[in-house]
Ligand binder design. Structure first.
Ligand code: GLN
Length: 293
């Protein structure tokens, strides 16, 4: 006799709850619906239907991975971000809902530039899954993007994501350590770089600490290494009317603003994430300063 979906859902929820996971019921629903290719509504509607032994085994194996604190979307291998679906891999950070704020803040700038110049060229430094760049390309048809990363695994994943979202013709990838191997100027420079202080990385939740790549999290002793590297060379790579959009840590607004102001940029906007923390900074060329140069 096969078991029903409802029965397996309850078993999975109880197993996750017993393991001390806070969102046990939600996780069980997302895991099982994702594994079986069902919507959450579909999962509920089909609760009385039998599950094949093979599917039941897949579900139990996935639940054990979650018990070991692997995040749900890593187990499923993909995650939604800004309405697109992204494949995840070992060396890519799982795209976070908070990062959608960065995309939302940049869309008006990408549109403005595309409308005035006929196209908009953007670069996403440390692109990972390609989520930020590809979400911007999906939102503005006249935009083209270059995703850079130090990880070949990430670049391959970003290319796959461009393809699966129908954006491959407008997306290129290039291996670079920040601007090191980058040439030319861009209308938009964007990055969600590693910004966690090295001594804090070990204190992150197991889901992040063990399953997100350290290279995408660790921003050095003060968490600002990547911003320093980007700020130093951004002037050589930004078009005169262009903007720089950055995700930052919740307590880094002043420090990151100071780093970019020192290099001749001015803070145009800042935005908070869904939790009310400072999360996004947008910089432009400081007109007075650039007239002096
Ligand atoms: N926001 C991520 C986290 O705290 C970190 C991302 C990053 O360092 N860019 O999990």
């Amino acid at each position: 006799m096969s078991e029903t979906l409802d029965r397996l859902l309850a078993e999975s929820r109880d197993r996750l709850k017993a393991a001390g996971l806070d969102g046990a019921a939600v996780d069980a629903r997302h895991l099982i619906s994702g594994l079986l290719g069902l919507s959450l509504a579909g999962l509920m509607a089909r609760g009385g239907e039998p599950v094949s032994p093979a599917d039941a085994a897949r579900i139990r194996a996935a639940v054990e991975r979650r018990v070991a604190r692997e995040p749900v979307y890593r187990i499923l291998g993909e995650r939604e971000f800004h309405g697109l679906t992204f494949t995840l891999s070992k060396e890519t950070l799982e795209p976070r809902p908070d990062t959608e704020t960065l995309v939302d803040c940049l869309i008006p700038h990408v549109r403005r530039i595309a409308a005035s110049k006929g196209s908009c060229r953007l670069i996403d430094l440390g692109t990972g899954t390609g989520a930020i760049c590809l979400a911007l390309l999906a939102a503005v048809l006249d935009a083209r993007g270059l995703g850079t990363d130090i990880s070949e695994d990430a670049l391959a994943t970003a290319r796959e994501n461009a393809k699966r979202n129908g954006l491959a013709e407008r997306f290129q990838s290039h291996r670079s350590d920040w601007f090191e191997a980058v040439e030319g100027r861009f209308d938009i420079i964007v990055s969600n770089p590693p910004y966690i202080r090295s001594n804090v990385v070990a204190e992150l939740e197991p889901e992040v600490r063990y399953y997100d790549p350290a290279a995408a999290l660790d921003g050095g002793n003060d968490g600002l290494d990547a911003y320093r590297a980007i700020a130093l060379h951004a002037g050589r790579h930004l078009e005169p009317d262009g903007v720089i959009g950055l995700e930052i840590g919740f307590d880094q607004k002043q420090a990151v603003a100071a780093l970019f102001e020192t290099q001749g940029f001015c803070l145009l906007e800042s935005s908070k994430d869904f939790g009310g923390n400072d999360r996004v900074l947008i910089f432009g060329q400081d007109v007075e300063r650039s007239n002096d140069r």
